[in-house]
Design a protein around this ligand. Structure first.
Ligand code: HEC
Length: 216
């Protein structure tokens, strides 16, 4: 379905280009050609002809690194200062704030999602994200290194990027199978519908998501 849309749009784009070349051979017609090109624009819009997917992917990776790096720094500092229970409280308030700040700074919406989410709103994967997460799981099961799994696509005038987040040993204190009673109690208090436990090192914890609206 998506491929079909891209193909149709591409055809429109190619037609538009072909028109331009033809008109360029007759200089007197140039202004008319410009008008025609403008009129053709709304039809060709879906193709977002100027999209440089590779450049956007680089931008998205930088945004992911900014979010991931900041979260990691905050988490480590909080764990050192007060252990996992305090760190949980800090994650609870700071993680969404950090995601917002990085999104504003990078001009792209950056977040984290999971098939088994803890944050009931922001952590919940939508349909498209669920499909990509399932694909990551399949690839991981086939032997691919989860640290290298990423996917980018342009859908509905949006550039979308996802990068898998593997579970490290340090994550198990709050996402593992054997949580301390204090951590469990804090989780029940802050996230009564938490699904994000039971992980083992190397499992896919979720993914970073980056979205950029291409019509703005
Ligand atoms: C101190 C406890 C703690 C540790 C350690 C921890 N997390 Fe979390 N994690 C949380 C909390 C709390 C949230 C929910 C934050 C929110 O409300 O946005 C969360 C949310 C997430 C999310 C967002 C998706 C979701 O489930 O809502 C991902 C992805 C994630 N953690 C990955 C990791 C990874 C990877 C590590 C190890 C590098 C890790 N976490 C270590 C407490 C922790």
């Amino acid at each position: 379905m998506n491929k079909y849309v891209v193909m149709v749009s591409l055809a429109a784009l190619l037609t538009a280009c072909g028109e331009k070349v033809e008109q360029a051979a007759a200089p007197a017609e140039a202004p008319k050609a410009a008008v025609q090109a403008q009129q053709a624009a709304p039809t060709a819009e879906a193709a977002a002809p100027a999209v440089d997917k590779a450049a956007l992917a680089e931008e998205a990776k930088a945004a992911v690194q900014a979010l991931g790096g900041t979260l990691k720094g905050e988490l480590e500092a909080a764990m050192k200062a007060g252990g996992p229970v305090d760190a949980m409280g800090i994650c609870h308030t700071k993680a969404p704030e950090i995601a917002k700040a990085v999104s504003a700074e990078k001009g792209m919406e950056v977040s984290r999602v999971s098939l088994k989410n803890r944050n009931p709103v922001m952590g919940q994967a939508n349909e498209w994200q669920t499909a990509v997460l399932n694909d990551f799981e399949t690839k991981k099961a086939a032997g691919e290194d989860p640290a290298t799994l990423a996917y980018a696509e342009v859908v509905d005038n949006e550039f979308r990027f996802m990068k898998a987040i593997p579970t490290a040993a340090v994550c198990l204190k709050c996402h593992g199978t054997e949580l301390s009673p204090a951590v469990s109690a804090k989780l029940t208090e802050l996230y009564p519908n938490d699904k994000a436990t039971g992980y083992q090192e190397g499992d896919l914890r979720g993914a970073f998501v980056v979205v950029k609206n291409l019509t703005q």
